[in-house]
Design a binder for this molecule. Structure first.
Ligand SMILES: [Zn+2]
Length: 582
């Protein structure tokens, strides 16, 4: 079968008709690879062929000539009836089209890569990437209504995230599914490669070890290695969570938190701030989630990092001009959202009374990172927009959208007089959310649906005028937004805000697998909603809808029209002129 046509082999692969799995080549077909960026090249073949019977060419030449080093043959990989050829840390310097052909065991496969270069000229000294995790159009609209007000159809003003000269529609699907999670979607922004659900900085190959999959280089590694830039990673979630981890991590499984802490340690971003302390503590310390004796607080300190456990520490560290490296861990889990910290005092606020706001974290990061003359890349995530949307708690999600907007405003003000900083604001994926009118307690009837006004009956909500930071003093008003979720498990709702803590729509059912409505919320005035998701779903889910990107500053004119999420990476490294000779 050595003469089998390439086209037929590819068709068999696509249709899943090949008995034994044919060859798979990583990076996958249509990969876009930054010239000079490192990646692992892997070819998987079934069985255990003789090494000499596996032929790999790239643009008709031996692969080693193009990749700079020979492949290593691994027979019976992971002890199974399968083999692989690897080139770890390959690099291609010259841009262009690269066709990889593999022939083994009578089968053939082929992929084509686009190796791209950036403009030679570096447009931006600094890049700030803001991620509103799960931030969808309805979150933005609701944030604008609550923080700017709306009457007779006119808003009282624009959000900082809206008031930017460049805008694009970004698609977020991954290699395995139309619907992505925060791991592979962030990975697309930070590596330029699409991957599969739960994966960070790797292609999803068949390796059994989560750390063994073919890796692609992160923007953190690239800008440090090529340009000597400082890097900041700032989030209000656990620092090991998917979005911040996407800046440094290479693992098939986003829940490898202890490994991800080590990846932060090895990558050495100058500023690391979020929650998630327990994975930094040796197992002997109460509350630790490590399985070893590694003390990462001590290890980071030994690398010259100042440590901050609260807002006061953080500001003191930033005020010290000698602080050029800062680790801030402000909560064992996620930092409480804006609605809890500022208004309701729920969540863990009483226990952790001195948690920083995202705006203060951004100001600190800018102070510390700008001490490095070469410039910086800073990633800032408002991560609980997503988490609160999973729990169908829209008020908390929208307050954290307003918080993101304030953080973006701060960065825009900081950058305004400099003209050397590109600021990008984007979500990593969407949630199926929409504003369909208002819920008005004064409408007649007893059921929630009696209280919902649509079209002319909706009118306008009556939230109080916001404070100077754009937050209304209460969400418990008589005419509220009817902010709806398109996908949900069984739950009960009263259409009222959750003043006593984040909504917990479900509990595990008696079998421990299926999810049932949390009866705590199923009082006489509540409406019982029959879920429209599989009964194992414990929360709302992401949607495949495109997300909005806005951008300003030098290099931001690269964002326009519709873009694949990998093209966001291309624009980030494009603004930095990353593949130019340095
Ligand atoms: Zn999510």
């Amino acid at each position: 079968m050595k003469t089998a046509s390439l086209g037929a082999a590819c068709l068999a692969l696509v249709a899943g008709l090949s008995g034994a799995r044919a060859q798979t080549i990583y990076p996958l077909n249509r990969a876009e690879i930054l010239a000079g960026a490192r990646f692992d090249f892997k070819v998987e073949v079934p069985g255990v062929p003789a090494e000499a019977d596996v032929a790999i060419t790239i643009n008709g030449r031996p692969a080693a000539e193009i990749l700079g080093k020979p492949a290593t043959f691994v027979a019976k990989e992971d002890g199974l009836d399968q083999s692989a050829l690897w080139v770890r840390d390959a690099e291609i310097a010259k841009p262009g089209k690269y066709v990889v052909d593999v022939k083994a065991g009578g089968k053939a496969a082929s992929v084509t890569w686009d190796v791209f270069a950036t403009p030679e000229k570096r447009a931006a000294k600094n890049v700030i990437l803001f991620i509103g995790d799960g931030m969808s159009v309805a979150h933005r609209t609701a944030a604008r209504m609550l923080s700017k007000g709306i009457s007779e159809g006119h808003y009282g003003g624009d959000l900082a995230i809206d008031d930017m000269p460049h805008m694009a529609l970004v698609s977020t699907s991954g290699t395995d599914s139309i619907v992505t999670d925060s791991a592979n979607s962030m990975s697309a922004y930070t590596t330029g490669h699409k991957s599969c659900v739960n994966a960070l900085g790797v292609y999803c190959a068949r390796n059994t070890s989560t750390l063994g999959h073919p890796r692609v280089e992160t923007i953190t590694s690239l800008v440090k290695r090529k340009l000597g830039l400082a890097v900041g990673v700032v989030t209000n979630t656990e620092i090991e969570d998917a979005t911040p981890a996407g800046m440094v991590a290479q693992t098939r499984r986003r829940s490898d938190y202890n490994d991800i802490v080590k990846m932060f340690y090895d990558a050495e971003p100058e500023v690391i701030m979020g929650g998630g302390t327990p994975n930094f503590l040796p197992k002997t310390v109460a509350g630790s989630k490590r399985k070893d004796d590694d003390d990462y607080l001590a290890k980071f300190a030994a690398k010259g990092y100042a440590f901050a456990a609260n807002d006061t520490d953080m500001k003191a560290a930033a005020a010290d001009a000698k602080t050029t490296r800062l680790l801030g861990l402000f909560n064992p889990v996620n930092i409480d959202g804006a609605l809890d910290r500022r208004v309701l005092k729920g969540g863990t606020v009483k226990r952790y009374q001195d948690q920083p706001d995202l705006t203060d974290m951004v100001k600190t990061a800018l102070d510390v990172l700008s001490r490095k003359p070469e410039g910086f890349v800073l990633m800032v995530e408002s991560g609980r927009i997503d988490k609160y949307s999973h729990s169908l708690d829209w008020e908390r999600a929208v307050y954290d959208t307003i918080m993101l907007d304030n953080a973006v405003k701060l960065a825009k003000d900081w950058a305004a007089s400099r003209n050397d900083t590109m600021i990008v604001v984007v979500a990593d994926h969407a949630h199926p959310v929409s504003i369909i009118g208002t819920v008005d307690d004064d409408r007649p009837g007893t059921r929630l649906r009696d209280k919902i006004g649509t079209y002319a009956d909706a009118g306008f909500p009556n939230y109080p005028a916001p404070d100077k930071d754009g937050y209304p003093a209460t969400v418990d008003v008589s005419r509220r937004l009817a902010f709806t979720f398109g996908a949900y498990p069984d739950h009960c709702t009263s259409g009222k805000p959750f003043l006593n803590g984040e909504f917990e729509p479900v509990k595990a059912g008696p079998d421990g697998k299926t999810q049932v409505a949390n009866e705590e919320y199923c009082g006489p005035t509540a409406t019982r909603m029959q879920g429209n998701l599989p009964i194992t779903a414990a929360s709302g889910v992401h949607s495949a809808d495109d997300v909005i990107l806005t951008a300003t500053g030098p290099g931001s004119d690269q964002f326009r029209g519709h873009m694949e999420n990998t093209r966001v990476f291309r624009a980030l490294v494009g603004a930095l002129g990353l593949s130019a000779p340095h």
